[in-house]
Design a protein. Structure first.
Length: 189
């Protein structure tokens, strides 16, 4: 419990300093620069929300991993599937509650954190260039194609490396099974 108090105080102090810094730097900014910062924050909102989602879901993912590792040793084999489903439902309930809370807070904090940095570290002209790039049709098309590009690369990468990686995975699997004293399943023919 003691570990959380200093971290919480530090976080509160940093948020307070960021808000003060934003208020001070905003006073010196032109309305046009403030508008550019606001546009950038709006453009970056999906990224802020994704970061918040990852942050909120990380503890549940870690706990699910630990639970999955402990399940075989702690729960009777005939009850493992039911317990695993209950644990997954608990993690989903946590995520359903935590993600919106963290996402809303992240979006609320963005102006006093990211906005402050944008206002302080970039000129009005630089902000115009960044907004123009992020709003450009070519960039938007590129972003829209990113998943397809990644998919085609992964398909080719898997096809090209499957022959050399599968034996290594099988060797690792056998080595781990041996270290754990588990009898390896018979090889498929």
């Amino acid at each position: 419990m003691k570990k959380h108090i200093p971290r919480a105080l530090l976080s509160a102090a940093l948020i307070g300093m960021s808000s003060l810094s934003f208020a001070q730097s905003s006073a010196a900014s032109s309305p046009a620069k403030k508008e550019l910062v606001a546009r950038l924050l709006k453009l970056q909102q999906p990224d802020v929300e994704q970061l918040a989602r990852q942050l909120a879901e990380q503890p549940a993912a870690q706990l699910l991993g630990r639970a999955g590792a402990a399940l075989p040793a702690r729960v009777a084999p005939d009850k493992q599937e039911a317990v695993a489903k209950e644990i997954q439902a608990d993690a989903k309930k946590y995520s359903d509650e935590a993600v919106p809370l963290v996402r809303t807070t992240a979006v609320k904090l963005a102006p006093s954190t990211i906005g402050t940095m944008l206002d302080k570290d970039f000129t009005e002209d630089e902000l115009k260039q960044i907004v123009a790039m992020l709003e450009s049709p070519a960039y938007l098309k590129y972003v829209a194609k990113a998943d397809d590009m990644q998919k085609v690369l992964l398909e080719k990468l898997i096809a090209d490396t499957k022959g050399s990686i599968e034996p290594k995975v099988k060797a690792l699997e056998l080595t781990i099974a041996k270290r754990l004293g588990v009898t390896a399943p018979p090889a498929a023919k």
